[in-house]
Write a protein that binds this ligand. Structure first.
Ligand SMILES: [Zn+2]
Length: 340
């Protein structure tokens, strides 16, 4: 069968690999239909994987497909069911796993497509507990946005930042996959959304998604604009994933006791900050990585209820590298999906 593998820095190739073994007890074999591209793929592509990884490695951290075969003892799934796949090989036994805090697994085997083989292949055999059934009316290209894009945002905004209806939130990079999702999820509960974008065309699209205040960070200082628009009070929550370029500005946008939640740092990995500001303003800063399996179910339910992901491009699998180049150049609005 075909798989898309990385052989070295910026060297992706479509290759023939052996099909996975038939599913054992408690396992499911899935025919992969759609793979979501994420910034973690760009990091892997650039050769910036932090942990050891064996090359070649099958890429793809986020995917959906349908059940092709069931192992012994699997309940609640049938052959042909559409499914979305959890993107990390958790142990299923540790305390965090047992309590449903899957992304804090103490024995995690790695992130799919980054540390270990991912989903960009025709078939994959997975533990059934990492396979989530997709409700009716959600297409594979949409379901492929649930495990990372929607799941991450659901976890950041609601589990970590505890965003409440009526609060104010600043969403950075409102044209990105997670930015577009955050705007939609925050607006759906009646929040006032501020967002930053890199050009006016994206700003117009962000406004159409419901963003109340759109700031072009290339022409305006976003922190000044947010403070002006909130009458110097600041916002309740900042949704960060840019990093050093925006970090201190983001802190200046927070009201006293405000919460900043971050899941990424596309502009670099180190920033300095004023600790007096941190404790005097009583900020709460939370790191967030991935999501709980329950967040994927919540995300799919939101999609089934009409909150569709914003999809920038759907590409064939062999054009995955073009998709990564688009992500890297920030010339996207929403998600890029590869189909197979
Ligand atoms: Zn575990």
């Amino acid at each position: 069968m075909q798989a898309l593998q990385i052989f070295g820095d910026r060297d992706l190739r479509l290759t023939e690999v052996a099909p996975p073994p038939p599913p054992g007890p408690g396992e499911v074999q899935v025919r992969v239909r759609a793979v979501g591209l994420n910034f973690i793929d760009v990091w892997g592509f650039r050769g910036m994987a932090f942990a050891k990884r064996k090359l070649p490695l099958t890429v793809g951290a986020e995917a959906a497909g349908e059940v092709a075969a069931l192992g012994e003892g699997v309940e609640g799934l049938a052959v042909g069911d559409p499914v979305a796949l959890y993107g990390a090989m958790t142990c299923g036994r540790c305390r965090a796993c047992r309590e449903g805090r899957d992304n804090l697994c103490e024995e995690v085997g790695g992130v799919m497509g980054f540390h270990i083989d991912g989903f960009a292949r025709e078939r994959v055999t997975m533990p059934a507990r990492l396979v989530v059934r997709v409700p009716a009316g959600v297409a594979p290209e949409q379901a492929a946005c649930a495990p990372v894009a929607f799941g991450t945002v659901q976890h950041m905004l609601f589990d970590n930042a505890r965003l409440e209806p009526g609060e104010t939130v600043l969403v950075h990079a409102g044209g990105s996959g997670i930015g577009t999702t955050a705007i939609k999820m925050a607006k759906a509960i009646g929040c006032t959304v501020f967002t930053t974008v890199g050009d006016d065309a994206k700003g117009e699209k962000a406004r159409r998604l419901g963003a109340d205040h759109v700031i072009n960070y290339r022409t305006e200082r976003f922190e000044g604009e947010v403070r002006r628009l909130t009458k110097r009070r600041g916002v309740d929550v900042v949704f960060e994933h840019v990093g050093p370029e925006t970090w201190n500005g983001s802190l200046l946008c927070l009201k006293r006791g405000g919460r900043l939640v971050t899941c990424g740092s596309t502009s670099g990995v180190s920033a300095t900050m004023n600790l007096m500001q941190l404790f005097q303003q009583q900020y709460r800063i939370t790191g967030s990585f991935g999501c709980r399996i329950e967040n994927i179910r919540q995300s799919l339910d939101k999609m089934a209820a009409g909150m569709s992901p914003v999809i920038d491009t759907v590409l064939p699998l062999h054009a995955f590298a073009e998709g990564l180049a688009r992500l890297e150049s920030r010339q996207v609005f929403g998600k890029i999906i590869a189909t197979l």
